[in-house]
Design a protein around this ligand. Structure first.
Ligand code: EZ4
Ligand code: CO
Length: 402
């Protein structure tokens, strides 16, 4: 069996997505997500110029060898662009494998370890009251887990808070917007946010929060400790994960569970964090973490240390990644939770999806392979248009993490 062709499909139904389609001499094709928010064309070019020519003629069933061909076989390893390209190839090849064997992908990853996938919703508001109201609406929809983010008095626009009462979308058209940030104000405010939630809605809902890389290790340690009374499901990205050792401070001072890694792309980003048991959940998603081939190894490594998965699932991860994650989450033992930020309705004009939300859980369909399809003609109706994540400065103008 041979790969005969592959193409990159760039489209923008409401937001940009990059999709890789791999075609074979058996008429079966596979789809992989190659979206890297705000850097879409870098991955598209990497695939088109370097990977696709090397894929043609290879046997698509050899997922392990092809993964290493593009990882070990290339001198320049790791990095978000490279790993997103490898992820897309790997997803598409596993999609082909499932279709060839006529079975949903979870069967090739270990079968069913559970019937439904726990997901968390998002509630963000411009102030405490609006955040509480939005959280109440998510609880009404049946969610058992909610991430709460709120506007902070004295800081302009804040991460995770929707503008103009539209659903939250991480990227904006054109060059990056500039946001401002004040860590002391944030640290003083966040405990109040959780206190308020628990006083209104009680202890029955899992609560999550994303610090979005904005604390130093010792600031993060303070925050994690002060949030202990509210029993978070997790505190996400309390520090920038590039300094793995920084998590030792957080761990030494607090029992608040920690999730990290939505910007990671390799098991080596996690090695200290996992072996020293400094975290509780891995966030690295299939689309940036090397696809199934690599993530199966990362999840197995984490499971040895009783660490669970909690994959990134914002709107910049395409429906292909969501379906892929649901297969993965169905099959592995150490699944924890899945992020679920619903795509805009217009996304369904291009992608045919095979999953549904019901009462706090997601359900994946039984179509062979990953089970999501793309309508290439419709995709052409929504051409790519540049959009970026914001940048962030401290109030004195110092460039900071976003
Ligand atoms: O900033 O998806 O937990 N979710 C997040 C997201 C990310 C964007 C980056 O592309 O942190 O909002
Ligand atoms: Co995050």
């Amino acid at each position: 069996m041979k790969i005969t062709d592959a193409k990159v499909i760039l489209c923008s139904p409401g937001r940009n997505f990059v999709t890789l389609k791999i075609l074979t001499d058996q008429g079966v094709y596979g789809l992989g997500d190659a979206t890297l928010n705000g850097r879409e064309k870098a991955v598209a070019t990497y695939l088109e110029e370097y990977c696709i020519p090397a894929l043609i003629g290879k046997d698509p069933q050899n997922t392990e060898d092809i993964w290493h061909y593009f990882y070990r076989g290339v001198y320049w390893k790791r990095g978000a662009v490279t790993m997103t390209a490898i992820s897309a190839i790997d997803m598409a090849l596993w999609d082909i494998k499932g279709k060839l064997l006529n079975t949903p992908l979870y069967n090739l990853l270990g079968g069913k370890s559970r019937d439904k996938i726990l997901v968390y919703a998002h509630a963000g508001g411009k102030d405490l009251d609006e955040t509480m109201e939005n959280a109440g609406m998510e609880i009404e929809k049946g969610f058992h887990a909610v991430r709460i983010q709120s506007g902070i008095p004295g800081i302009g626009h804040t991460y995770g808070v929707p503008t103009d009462s539209k659903p939250y979308e991480p990227a904006q058209k054109g060059l990056p917007r500039e946001d401002y940030w004040d860590t002391p104000k944030y640290l003083n405010f966040v405990p109040e946010l959780f206190e308020k939630f628990r006083s209104i809605y009680g202890d029955g809902i899992h609560l999550l929060h994303d610090v979005h890389h904005r604390c130093t290790p010792i600031e993060a340690a303070r925050l994690a400790r002060e949030l202990e009374p509210y029993h978070l499901f997790w505190l996400e990205d309390p520090v920038s994960g590039e300094l793995q050792e920084g998590l030792r401070h957080v761990r030494n001072h607090s029992t608040t569970p920690i999730a990290i890694g939505e910007v990671f792309n390799s098991v080596y980003d996690y090695s200290t964090l996992i072996t020293e048991q400094l975290i509780d959940y891995i966030r690295m998603p299939l689309v940036h973490g090397g696809g199934f081939t690599h993530m199966l190894k990362v999840a197995a490594f984490a499971s040895v240390y009783h660490i669970q998965t909690g994959f990134h699932g914002a709107t910049d991860l395409s429906p292909i990644t969501m379906a892929a994650a649901l297969h993965f989450n169905t099959a592995i033992n150490n699944f924890g939770i899945q992020e679920y930020m619903p795509h805009q309705e217009i996304v369904n004009d291009v992608f045919r999806i095979n999953y549904r939300y019901q009462k706090g859980y997601m359900h994946i369909g039984d179509e062979p392979g990953i089970g999501v399809d793309i309508d290439e003609q419709k995709a052409r109706k929504y051409p790519y248009s540049m959009a970026c994540l914001p940048v962030n400065r401290k109030t004195d103008g110092t460039m900071f993490y976003w």
